[in-house]
Design a protein. Structure first.
Length: 413
């Protein structure tokens, strides 16, 4: 049974093993069993994959676990929804074959996790496959043909979530590559426009740059045209070394951290008890909440909040995926802010001051950034899309800035 499993690594450290549990009958429930290696738990700087999969006593046995927490944690490493079905089809797998997908995609996952198939020949060394801009443009014009991660009969660079995107290694000269090898991994994420949201790259580009100007810690972004617009996002769970190799940093999303199917704001703040710097992370998370309110982020779930994991605990990772201008965004009133202050153990006066400060700052920064981006895209074919994306966010920032700043005195009482 052990030989049929997968070695579990965190970057260059083998920490445990994973194997399927259940029958091989098509459609039958299949779980996962996971255990840490004793030599990993004996390490002074050892840390768990997630809070739901704690380490056993130092140097003790691996404490094999077959509960649902294992399945949920590893399942979050795979694409979701319709993208999962398309990805599994491209891999030649049944729709419910999570184990097969983890086996095939395990060399470049979210965070520091690597899964090594003990029964497959290991790569002799790193490999790189250039993605030509013309080739990528052709793929983007036919988004329904196959997932963006399917190239040359293989699936590489597949990432979690429902949105089709691609993990790539970016060379210093700007070239985009698909890579493979123990010390090679994607350093960035390419995010094209979804078919039903043609202005999404411009919206996200504007909101991410605006967040940086407002003092939030955010992932670095660039906007490219091939000529279709693409957002290039630097991965916060990767560190490029001077010799070109890539170090993987462990990160988990909020659902993995909480081991819950849905995420609430109080639950997010509760995770800060695992942080070595809870006051710093609490302030950063509050800024993220305020910013989303002021730009009109839609009713999307909160589970794209991520945490970096090491021996010190959980630290809030840079923000990513910020968009705004949603017409159906539910804005907080004084009662909702008061409830958040209570549930997150934040002083009402501190919350009110942050709300007033950011409300005033965003109205100034948003207008200046909008003018810069208008000049940047002037005369381009996508100029109208960019202006539409900017205007939708600007309108919410102006309206919510006035409304939310006016609530500050009531919240501070």
């Amino acid at each position: 049974m052990r030989r049929a499993g997968l070695e579990v690594w965190l970057d260059e450290h083998e920490i445990g093993w994973l194997r399927p549990v259940g029958t091989d009958e098509p459609g039958s429930p299949q779980g996962l069993s996971f255990a840490y290696l004793a030599r990993w738990t004996a390490e002074v700087l050892a840390y768990p994959l997630a809070p739901s999969l704690p380490l056993p006593a130092r140097g003790g046995p691996g404490s094999e676990s077959q509960d649902d927490a294992v399945l949920r944690c590893f399942d979050r490493l795979l694409p979701d929804g319709a993208l999962r079905r398309a990805t599994f089809t491209a891999l030649g797998l049944a729709a419910d074959d999570r184990v097969g997908a983890l086996r095939r995609l395990g060399h470049d996952l979210a965070g520091a996790v690597r899964l090594v198939d003990t029964q497959r020949e290991r790569s002799a060394g790193p490999s790189q496959r250039l993605i030509a801009r013309e080739e990528l443009s052709e793929r983007l014009r036919h988004p329904d043909a196959s997932p963006l991660a399917a190239w040359d009969g293989q699936v590489r660079g597949a990432l979690p979530g429902c949105r089709d995107k691609l993990g790539v290694y970016v060379e210093p000269d700007g070239g985009w590559y698909l890579v493979d090898g123990p010390q090679m991994a994607s350093t960035h994420v390419l995010k094209p426009a979804p078919p039903d949201e043609p202005d999404r790259p411009f919206n996200e580009y504007f909101c991410m740059r605006l967040a940086a100007r407002a003092g939030l810690d955010v992932a670095a972004v660039q906007l490219h045209r091939v000529p279709e617009p693409l957002l290039l996002v630097e991965r916060f769970d990767r560190q490029r070394l001077d010799d070109g190799r890539v170090r993987r940093l462990h990160a988990i999303d909020a659902r993995q951290a909480l081991d819950q199917p849905a995420v609430s704001l109080p639950a997010l703040f509760s995770l800060l008890r695992h942080s070595p710097t809870p006051l710093v992370d609490s302030r950063s998370l509050l800024r993220w909440v305020v910013f989303r309110q002021l730009i009109g982020s839609g009713p999307a779930s909160l589970d794209n909040v991520c945490f970096l994991v090491d021996h010190g605990g959980l630290r809030l990772a840079p923000a990513h995926g910020l968009t705004g201008g949603a017409p159906d965004a539910q804005a907080f009133g004084a009662d909702e802010w008061a409830a958040l202050a209570r549930d997150a153990d934040i002083a009402p006066r501190a919350l009110a001051l942050e709300l007033k400060r950011m409300s005033e700052a965003l109205r100034v920064h948003a207008q200046g950034l909008a003018e810069e981006m208008t000049r940047e895209f002037a005369g381009e074919p996508a100029g109208d899309l960019s202006r539409s994306a900017i205007d939708s966010v600007l309108a919410v920032v102006q309206a919510q800035g006035d409304r939310q700043a006016a609530l500050a005195p009531d919240i501070a009482r």
